[in-house]
Design a protein around this ligand. Sequence first.
Ligand SMILES: [Zn+2]
Length: 112
Amino acid sequence: MSISHALGGVPLIMAEFIGYLFDAIILFATIRMLYGALRHVLEPRMAAGRTRGPSAAAGGASDVRGEMARDPVCGMFVSTELSHRLKSQGQTLHFCSEECLQKYRHKQRVAS
Ligand SMILES: [Zn+2]
């Protein structure tokens, strides 16, 4: 066969092995891509949780990265990149939704 020739005298078995390896890598990459796409679709909904969450996640090009912060109102963890932020006493608070943010603000107003 000419494959072994093209690879500069690599035995045919090696060429076949490399072929299999390529197949495996492509398969692996495909699975990873599918998994990534699936995660991308599912995660914003999970973050939204019980309350109606932000629809901002739809159409986001990049993966969800960054840190997780605890929503002080409902206690769930939200990505600091997708959260609704509120600067309070020098620190930034993260909320899962506009609702939680408003609840927190209301609570602060009542307390003080
Ligand atoms: Zn919340």
